[in-house]
Design a protein around this ligand. Structure first.
Ligand code: THU
Length: 130
């Protein structure tokens, strides 16, 4: 798993900034661009609940808004025994911008599982459907 160590620690670090006073479910994500740059994100909740944005989407929007295109891995870190996969909305966004990348799910004890987007999101709607 050493190839993902830097990415995982970036996600752990991003998780420290989670704004999750409603769910208390703190999530960190980190996205690696093919340029080598890594973009962290944390979940940012809101009192209206529905405006909450997941850690993965924050990381993606940060990277895209910085001009990055092309990504090769994304990691998600939570403090749970059962590792956390991206939600449906995030899967759509990860597919759009990253395609069939590995999703590295880790908890704070270091338990790790890697699953590819093709397996997490087997029949996507994307630009090929338009
Ligand atoms: N959440 C994420 O940030 N990423 C995920 O992969 C799953 C869910 C956040 C959204 C919300 O702030 C909290 O976790 C509970 O759903």
């Amino acid at each position: 798993m050493s190839e993902y160590e830097t990415l995982i620690s970036a996600a752990r670090q991003a998780r420290e900034n989670a704004h999750a006073p409603y769910s208390n479910f703190r999530v960190g994500a980190a996205l690696r661009a093919t340029s080598g740059r890594i973009f962290g994100g944390c979940n940012v909740e809101n009192a209206t609940y529905g405006l909450t944005v997941c850690a993965e989407r924050i990381a993606i929007f940060k990277a895209i808004s910085e001009g990055e295109r092309g990504f090769d891995a994304i990691s998600v870190v939570t403090d749970t025994e059962t590792l956390t996969p991206p939600c449906g909305a995030c899967r759509q966004l990860i597919w759009e911008f990253c395609g069939d990348v590995p999703v590295i799910m880790t908890n704070l004890k270091g338990k790790t599982e890697v699953i590819r987007m093709k397996d997490l999101f087997p029949k996507p709607f994307d630009s090929s459907n338009l």
